[in-house]
Design a binder for this molecule. Structure first.
Ligand code: ADP
Ligand code: PAZ
Ligand code: K
Length: 256
């Protein structure tokens, strides 16, 4: 029973085909497509895939994008599209959002992936999850599996574009991350990186104070590899966290 996992963010759609809808399943094929090329899936890599037995996804991009994905699935296969809607509690996590369904589905799924990864490494403890994509989100989970709340801030690209459009003198190429930047390019790149690192560090401190215990720290998202080296404390970089969460949820939907 093969399983197609799909994650539609605000920049790219990421997908992976697994040999079964279970945690630990083997990846048979995977890929990513920028949203501006979303129509290429059916004529491109998906055309060469065997029809998946089941599909589960999370989508935070515009509804029109989600619809284009569903249409291309219909064109190729006879497989219904299932999309995650965050609920009040699922897969061992309790959702502390004021309105649970208004939480980004990608955030909920990544938290589920991270929580099960934490449980597989030993006793439950608090968790801070940073997801660095188009936007950056920083989630806090206590040792009982309650999502306490999280931050949303602009990602690197949005920060730079906001500065470019709001000033006359900040149209410069990407620079390097430096502790003491001495040119405009490095100043902007370093400012964005340390803004994100600082927000994440604040959340670690909030969780430590609230829970009285050091949290496990996990990072994911397309730009996580750029952030991880500049964190003041070690963050484990796990690229597949959303897919890990989708596998947990798929097992509950398609196997249990
Ligand atoms: N090969 C890459 N393709 C696309 N984005 C990349 C790549 N490497 C790093 N990035 C960065 O990752 C961000 C997008 O991450 P991603 O997780 O795909 O976002 P989203 O889930 O919001 O679509 C971009 O803002 C970009 O800075
Ligand atoms: C915060 C997000 C924009 C992150 O999107 P991404 O960077 O992964 O494309 C997305 O999770 C979202 O639209 N959330 C809904 C609002 C919320 O979570 O409160
Ligand atoms: K995402």
């Amino acid at each position: 029973m093969t399983f197609l996992a799909v994650d539609i963010g605000n920049t790219r759609l990421k997908w992976a085909l697994y040999d079964s809808p279970r945690p630990g399943a083997a990846v048979l094929a995977q890929g990513a497509e920028f949203l501006e090329n979303i129509d290429r899936l059916a004529d491109g890599e998906w055309a060469r895939l065997p029809a998946p037995s089941c599909m589960l996804g999370c989508a935070v991009a515009a509804d029109a994008i989600k619809r284009r994905v569903e249409e291309q699935m219909e064109e190729l296969w006879d497989v219904p599209a299932h999309w995650i809607v965050p609920s009040a509690a699922e897969a061992g996590l309790v959702n502390g959002y004021d309105h649970p369904t208004r939480l980004g589905a990608d955030r909920w799924v990544a938290m589920i992936g991270a929580w099960h990864r934490l449980l597989s490494t030993g006793a439950a403890r608090p968790l801070v999850l940073a997801m660095v994509g188009t936007a950056v989100t920083v989630e806090a989970i206590d040792a009982s599996g309650k999502f306490l709340g999280g931050q949303i801030l602009p990602g690197h690209g949005i920060m730079l574009r906001a500065l470019e459009s709001g000033t006359a003198g900040l149209h410069v190429p990407t620079g390097e991350v430096r502790e003491f930047p001495t040119n405009t390019s490095d100043a902007l790149t370093s400012g964005g990186t340390y803004a994100i690192a600082g927000a994440i560090e604040c959340m670690v401190n909030h969780v430590r104070k609230h829970c009285g215990q050091d949290p496990m720290c996990i990072m994911t998202g397309g730009a996580g590899w750029k952030m991880a080296p500049h964190m003041p404390r070690p963050f484990e970089l796990v690229e597949s966290l959303i897919f890990d969460g989708l596998l947990e949820l798929a097992q509950r939907r398609f196997v249990a």
